[in-house]
Design a protein around this ligand. Structure first.
Ligand SMILES: [Zn+2]
Length: 291
């Protein structure tokens, strides 16, 4: 837990349930990549920084999900650091209520005000205004609308939630995915890259990611095929979601209803854009028909 691993001359990772990157800048200043899921993770990060006499100058968030920005406020208050993310994710980091609002599609009810979905606000800027020597951002959209990867001068790529480890996929097959079509193209893109190390936010650091990428790709295609099979001659969205929840052993509580629902609805949008299904309404529900 919370082991500091050196991946290059200037690149480190704090290994934890949400891996946090550290990149060393001039004069013992550092840039963090994500801040973990809470104030507690921020305190652990701050302790590691102090032990190494590092001063926090910048934070880059791969995206705005609460488990990646949960330590932002504590660290920004303590170090007065600047925070960067892609423009669209920066809106969510400045106004975290947008996260559960996007899931729910309206002002979110109290069960969606959990710290798992709602972080404390911090002041975040567009990464296009960032000019940090030795760091560049790459577009890895799909899991989140504005997900970025961060590549350091040590040829290390922090991929955020662009993919997850096979071990986690085996346990939680239906991961939150905002745009399934873009998620799949991002996986194809990552397969063409050859960084020295890849650091996913959840899972193991790897040099060869081909089999992990394949596992993520095939898992999503399998969900999509299951969706197509369940549609049959036509199905209401709620029935489709329930049947998927049963076959994947998912308890559709308030959070999962919207998290899993996002991925399934995104698959429906993809299938509609490919001309495979038709979406309409029936009895106050979305109705799906194979074309
Ligand atoms: Zn995420």
């Amino acid at each position: 837990m919370n082991e500091l691993v050196k991946l290059g001359e200037k690149t480190y990772v704090i290994k934890s349930p949400v891996n946090v990157g550290i990149y060393i800048l001039a004069n013992n200043n550092v840039c963090l990549i994500d801040t973990g899921n809470s104030k507690d993770s921020a305190k652990i990060i701050a302790k590691i920084l102090e032990e190494h006499n590092w001063h926090l100058q910048y934070i880059i968030n791969t995206h705005s999900h609460a488990d990646h920005i949960g330590g932002n406020k504590y660290l920004q208050d303590k170090y007065n650091c600047r925070i960067f993310a892609s423009l669209i994710e920066s809106y969510f980091i400045n106004e975290p209520i947008l996260e559960p609002s996007l899931l729910y599609g309206s002002v979110p009810p109290k069960d969606l005000h959990t710290h798992l979905l709602l972080a404390k606000p911090s002041v975040c800027e567009n990464i296009e205004n960032m000019d940090i020597d030795g760091i560049k951002a790459i577009n890895l959209e799909g899991h989140a609308k504005g997900l970025i990867g961060i590549v350091t001068s040590d040829n290390v790529c922090f991929v955020g939630d662009a993919y997850t480890s096979s071990k986690i996929l085996n346990k939680y097959a239906i991961q939150y995915t905002f745009d399934v079509a873009k998620f799949l193209s991002t996986l194809n893109y990552l397969k063409t890259t050859s960084y020295k190390y890849y650091v996913p936010s959840h899972g193991e650091i790897e040099s060869d990611i081909q089999s992990t990428i394949d596992a993520n790709y095939n898992n999503m295609l399998e969900i999509e095929n299951n969706v197509i099979n369940l549609i049959g001659v036509g199905i209401k969205y709620t029935d489709l979601l329930n049947k998927l929840a049963v076959s994947y052993h998912i308890n559709l509580n308030m959070m999962q209803l919207y998290v899993v629902g996002t991925t399934i609805k995104s698959i429906l949008t993809k299938l509609e854009s490919e001309g495979k299904i038709e979406l309409s309404t029936q009895d106050g529900d979305l109705f799906i028909k194979i074309i």
